[in-house]
Structures are given as C-alpha cells and as structure tokens.
Write a protein that binds this ligand. Structure first.
Ligand SMILES: *Cc1c(COP(=O)(O)O)cnc(C)c1O
Length: 401
C-alpha cells in the first residue's frame, strides 16, 4: 500500500516522521532498508546508456535510494522543490558555488560565515578561478545595495552566523537580490528548518550541514542543498556525479533516522539555550552573551520575525577573566564537553581564543577570547549547575551563591 504524509497539508512533525519512509516492497518491512551497494545491474544492452545520469540506478555516486529518501524528507521540511544531499555541509557549500559560478562572476557574502565559506570566497574561488568577492556586514541590507554590480550572480548569507550569532534579514535581502536578478543562498545550519525556513522568506537556496541539528546525534557527516529543481539538476550532475562529493548510504540512513526527532530535539535546544543565555547574562563575571533570543541581541527584532518557534541551541559568551581562566573553566565542566561541532544531543563548548584571523570582521566583544556553546538537550538544571560549579571552581562565582 502506498504511503501518505508527503503533502504540505501535513504538519512539520508528521512530515519529519513519515516523509521519505515507506513500506519496503520486497519484505513488507515498515522501514526502508539501507542499500549498501556500489553498482546496479545493467540492462541487456547498456551501450547507449548515459553514464553520467542521475535518473537511473547505475552507480551509487550517481544516486542511491537512501540519499533519495533523505532528499525527499529535507525538501519537504525546508519547503523546497528539490534537494541534493552530499558528504558534508562543506561539500554542499562548495558544490553549490562550483556549480553556479563561473570566472568573472561577482559574489557578495556575509562577514560572519562558516570558516570554509570565507576560505572558498576569500582565497580559492577569487585567486584561482577569477571570481570577484565582497565581504559585507549583511545585518544591514543597505550595505548589499552599495556593492551590487552588473556581474553579481550570488549573495550568500549565514543567519544566525557562526560564531557571532549575527542575524541577517532574509526577506529584505531576498527582495534586494531579486530586484537585481541575483540569486540568494542561506546557510540555515544554526536555526534548522524547525526554527527558520529561508525558502518561504524568498531565498533561492538553503544549505544545511546535516552533521549538526538535522542528524542531531553527532555520529554522521552530511550536507544538503535545497532549492528549485532546474538549478539542482545541475548541482547534482556537477557536485555529486562529477566532483564526487557523494554521501554514503549508511550516513544518509543515519541522518534520515536522526531527522525524525528534529522537532522534539529543537524544542528542547531552544528552551535550554534561552534559559542558559538568560542565566549567563545575569552573572557579573560574564563579559557578554550573544544569543538571538535575548532582548540585548542587536538583531533580536529581526530574529523574532523570521525565527519561530525559537532561536536555536547555539550561543557565544565571554568571561571577565584572563586567557588561561577560560581554559581552566572548561577543564572543570562535567556535563558539557569541550569539542568542536554543534547541534549534537550533548552540550559542546569550544574556546575560540584571540587569534582568529577574521576578528577584524567581528563586533568588538569577540576580539578577546570567547566560547561558542552548543547547548544540548540534557536537563536544563544540569547544564546550568555544571556552568555554576565550574565558575565557582575558578573563583569567578562565590561558593555560597
Ligand atoms: C558545521 C557547519 C558547516 C560545515 O558543515 P560540515 O558538515 O562540518 O562540513 C557549514 N555551515 C555552518 C553554519 C556550520 O556550522
């Protein structure tokens, strides 16, 4: 029996559970299996086959079932026409850029983005492939208008941005882009489609690092590009089949499984991060807290308008303390782990010291060492107690509070 729950009339949570899954026609199992095979049986006479086609099952780099199922789910959750999943978030970013851009094009990108975006636009694509790039503070869409040119092809923003949590107005920037015949891509990794759906606000492409909230369990890398089929057919042919950034069927299956609970996890991430941000902001030993859910956040009003029902699980903060006290504080944590990445079930913290080469692009408070904190889905009180006991151990809080 064919399955249900694909259409838009179903809610986000129902689609997170059902879309992309179906009864397996061979066994009758109500979960689709993992297809761990590189190759597929060829027809009687394969001599006129297009070996670079994504349409037929030929070879897993051209396309396999598990990636197809995951693509169905993600396109539905982001409200897009089509989706390409690749081996990592960076494979999705570079896959989109290499497929879309040609020598002589101009790109405008946010001053705060994932580090690989900065490297791609500021070192690789501009120096090796003659693509002009402008780094812009996109929190003010007027800044974008000032640098638009006749050869501008793409605006790429990340909101909230990693690691300063700066927020850009997706709808306003989409309007600027489309009035000038320019495409807009949005890295939605920090918010996830539960909190923010850029395509509904006018973006042409959404990028997700599936490694983060969508998988959510910290055990698989993946990336996705969501957008119109006409563009994504090219991205699939170039980024996946010819550049080879294909995801493994096993990782696609793991991410499919993780994505089922995205809405439940995001609710807890949103709630925990909001409470942790408010707790940290109340302490005099905390130099600053950056979280879009705080009224003190510079773009809180925009964040409230375009992010609902919450602001995600990542925040950044700094202490009124010297460099080594930041490291000592982390070494005292018992629930929260010191590690990169974010959007995992468990709380992760990373000390980003004073030596980031992109500091000149960040607001002043980020010029000293600070933490990026991905608040997990543990009990809220356990996370706050962990912070409190570690701050007490390094003598930033009194023992009797
Ligand atoms: C982690 C991250 C990426 C890169 O994703 P990978 O899966 O690690 O390649 C891209 N954008 C943002 C905002 C990220 O946090």
């Amino acid at each position: 029996m064919a399955k249900k729950a694909y259409g838009k009339k179903y809610g986000f949570q129902t689609r997170a559970v059902h879309t992309g899954n179906d009864v397996d026609s061979e066994t009758g199992a109500i979960k689709r299996p993992i297809t761990m095979a590189n190759s597929y049986e060829l027809p009687y006479d394969p001599s006129d086959m297009n070996w670079s086609s994504a349409d037929k099952s030929i070879y897993t780099r051209n396309g396999g079932n598990n990636q197809k199922y995951l693509q169905e789910k993600l396109a539905s959750l982001e409200g897009g026409e089509d989706c390409v999943v690749l081996a990592s978030g960076v494979a999705a970013l570079s896959g989109l850029f290499f497929s879309l851009l040609k020598s002589g094009d101009h790109v405008i990108f946010s001053s705060v983005t994932y580090i690989a975006v900065y490297r791609l636009f500021n070192e690789l694509l501009n120096n090796k492939f003659n693509i002009e790039t402008s780094i812009i503070d996109t929190t003010d869409p007027e800044n974008i208008k000032k640098v638009l040119k006749s050869n501008t092809r793409l605006i790429h923003i990340e909101t909230p941005g990693n690691p300063t949590l700066m927020v850009s107005d997706i709808k306003k920037i989409a309007d600027v882009a489309h009035a000038n015949n320019v495409l807009l891509s949005v890295d939605n990794t920090f918010a996830s489609p539960f909190n923010q759906r850029p395509i509904e606000l006018g973006a042409d492409f959404v990028i997700e690092s599936l490694t983060k909230y969508i998988n959510g369990h910290g055990d698989a890398l993946g990336g996705a590009i969501i957008g119109k089929k006409s563009y994504l057919d090219t991205v699939r042919a170039q980024a996946q089949i010819n550049l080879g950034g294909v995801i493994s069927p096993f990782n696609a299956w793991l991410i499919m499984r993780g994505a089922v609970t995205l809405p439940l996890r995001m609710r807890q991430h949103n709630e925990n991060a909001q409470k942790v941000a408010e707790y940290l902001e109340s302490l005099s030993c905390v130099r600053f807290v950056a979280y879009p859910g705080l009224k003190s956040h510079k773009e809180h009003i925009i964040a409230r308008a375009q992010m609902a029902p919450g602001f995600g699980g990542v925040l950044s903060f700094g202490l009124n303390a010297d460099h080594d006290t930041h490291n000592k504080f982390i070494s005292q944590l018992k629930v929260i782990t010191s590690a990169v990445s974010l959007g995992h079930d468990e709380s992760l913290i990373v000390f980003l010291g004073e030596n980031d080469e992109r500091q000149y692009l960040y607001p002043e408070e980020f010029h000293k060492g600070f933490f990026r904190f991905s608040v997990g889905i543990e009990d809220t009180e356990d996370i706050i107690d962990d912070l409190r006991q570690a701050l007490t151990k390094v003598k930033l809080l009194n023992a009797d509070i």
